[in-house]
Design a protein around this ligand. Sequence first.
Ligand SMILES: Nc1nc2c(c(=O)[nH]1)N[C@H]1C(S)=C(S)[C@@H](COP(=O)(O)OP(=O)(O)OC[C@H]3O[C@@H](n4cnc5c(=O)[nH]c(N)nc54)[C@H](O)[C@@H]3O)O[C@H]1N2
Ligand SMILES: Nc1nc2c(c(=O)[nH]1)N[C@H]1C(S)=C(S)[C@@H](COP(=O)(O)OP(=O)(O)OC[C@H]3O[C@@H](n4cnc5c(=O)[nH]c(N)nc54)[C@H](O)[C@@H]3O)O[C@H]1N2
Ligand SMILES: [Mo]
Length: 681
Amino acid sequence: MNYFPSVCPLDCPDTCGLLLGVEEGQVRSCQGDPNHPFTRGFICGKMKKYPEYLNSSQRLKVPLRRTGPKGTGAFEPVSWDEAIEIIQKRWQGIIDEYGAEAILPYSYAGTMGLVQRNSGHAFFHRLGASRLKRTICSTTADLGWTMTLGSTMGSDVESIIHSDLIIIWGMNVASTHVHFLPFLKEAKACGARVIQVDCYQNRTSPYADEVILIPPGTDTALALGMMHVLIREDLLDHAFIQEQTSGFSALAEKVLREYEPERVAQITGLPVSILEKLARAYGSARAPYIRIGNGPCRQWDGAMIYRTLACLPGLVGAFTKKGGGIHCSSNTGQALPTGVVTREDLLASPVREINMIQLGKALTEPDGGPVKSLFVYHANPAAVAPESDLVLKGLARPDLFVVVHEQVMTDTARYADLVLPASAFPEHADLYRSYGHFYIQKTQPVVDAPGEAKSNLEVFGLLARAFGFEDEHFAKNAEELIEELLSQNTPLLEGIDRADLEAGKAVRLNVGDNPPLRFGRFQTASGKLLFENPDLAAKSYPTIPEYRPREKSEPEKDYPLRLLANPGHHLLNSTFGGREDTERLEGAQRILISKQDASVRKIEQGQQVNVFNHLGEACFAAHVTKQVPKGVVVVEGVRWHSRVPGGKNVNHLTTSRGTLLAEGSSFNDNYVEVEGKNEKS
Ligand SMILES: Nc1nc2c(c(=O)[nH]1)N[C@H]1C(S)=C(S)[C@@H](COP(=O)(O)OP(=O)(O)OC[C@H]3O[C@@H](n4cnc5c(=O)[nH]c(N)nc54)[C@H](O)[C@@H]3O)O[C@H]1N2
Ligand SMILES: Nc1nc2c(c(=O)[nH]1)N[C@H]1C(S)=C(S)[C@@H](COP(=O)(O)OP(=O)(O)OC[C@H]3O[C@@H](n4cnc5c(=O)[nH]c(N)nc54)[C@H](O)[C@@H]3O)O[C@H]1N2
Ligand SMILES: [Mo]
């Protein structure tokens, strides 16, 4: 067996260094690369079994044309030439009759490679297609962070070994960021205390010394209550506040006036003593570190949660203390601006933008002209987008021309008129940047793609040629685009070891020891951390952090239980949803419910239940557990509709309503009712 370095392409903060074992032209093993400084040789169970997925009969190998009704998965093979010709003719007809904006690309994060992930943009810009607003994941978190810290990078997770207090806030690291754990364990061995702030007890809870559960979306109030205590008891770093922040007195005045612990206790349901203890622990720690996940950003005013949490380390000067700080994302987009791949300049005139979380609406009752064709690549919107009822209704529209570029026959691919086979990461070249650590890494293809499968970049090259686009850009291969990405003279690329990068090694960006203050100041216009942000007034958004609850909408009033729709441990979003080993490990599609809520509904352990709201319904096995507080129910994992009993996953229950300002996804801001079905699973 020959071993080659590679990188996990999945949408996960860890972006693991891999070693792929190749024999007779096939990847036979997938292991962690012990030389990767962050992921250090171990990988998750999902990827250990990747070779079986890669070589399985599930992989699509030739283009397919639909022969049966939409959604049934009946197809026949066609050649690539035929497939491209069909697309070109259908699209030209649509462009002539409705204009190019009637064509909508839909992609997200099946691969995080900077070239393959972004390679469709240039083509769709040149075509003049509608633009997809990519809001499904972290838009809300990013906006909130920016309001306080601009484009400042996150504090290095590796540094937590020097921290004495680590708060894991709204993140199930044991499932979604497993490489956090070795650093956490090392910190604990050196005496660090670990506190988790979440809405239920998850796989991460056993790693915490203390678990603080609050009602979903009340984090801003909790953080403001902590600030009240910090300010009242003068647990502040005055020198840091003076030199590196602005707006402290306005913040202090408001927080002292409005967020006394008694009021915050009412909002969060936490005893005043717990709140005060948390604030004092934070204020007296030598180097407190906060790792915040994306869970809270799927709340109505999610941006405010991130804006407010980002202020906490500013009060105690944690940014300058070794091991202290805050991390939501590494936030290193500035290292490798993707404009050389996405080519905004190819867009001749502005086009309409369609929010990806409102795909169902866009397909069924669009604003400003119809969507007549959808081109889906490295995404599975039938399963992952909210309001599945509407999404599936849209996808089933007989007049909608759907093309899906995929590795396997997903829920979305089943609705396609044409399915195009896609290569996987060991089969194409790319460059990877992580949103959880500070290393970049380049990959080479180590095996051929199966059958006639092609990479995203190759497919857009073929389409560009079919449309007669002569721009030089469309003739470039992945290596050339990687080179262009790396040739930008950004400060974070300065001095990196190109030879190491070419050799497939993980190379640290030029972020220094303390990324948030890499340039000596925060990356806001004034260089300060903004306790008060005057620019927000123009958006009618509070200039100083403030807690505002969302009122239930009229149709929600009939549904008492708050649903959190979290990621699954063995899945990666819906990726691997069709793998039998994954399904075995995930088990039945479950809903976690408290004893109190189960008993008033006469629901027993393991019983089949119907979960429903004004948006739809789905079946689950009830898991009655102390993990969730009364009033909250939790579903972990986005299953393929086609693979669960009843044919419906949790997104039949989630709203396409966007979050405040960011218009991001609201997967954790839904209400449901649960009803027993009188059969045991
Ligand atoms: N195994 C696995 N790993 C993954 C993924 C996956 O599907 N499976 N998905 C990947 C992707 S795309 C992403 S974006 C990340 C997602 O990962 P993150 O969103 O960063 O974190 P999660 O692990 O989902 O944990 C979110 C936590 O937030 C909690 N939560 C929800 N609402 C609130 C709230 O209002 N307040 C507080 N305090 N907590 C709240 C949830 O209960 C949950 O425990 O993970 C990535 N990694
Ligand atoms: N209920 C609920 N819904 C959620 C979430 C949740 O926590 N709860 N999480 C949300 C989040 S955070 C995100 S980021 C989205 C993710 O949504 P998506 O980005 O749609 O992610 P996946 O479901 O993993 O689908 C990715 C698909 O890309 C395919 N693929 C992989 N590599 C390639 C490639 O190189 N080329 C092509 N053409 N295809 C490829 C894979 O086979 C897979 O089917 O889901 C969101 N949906
Ligand atoms: Mo995500």
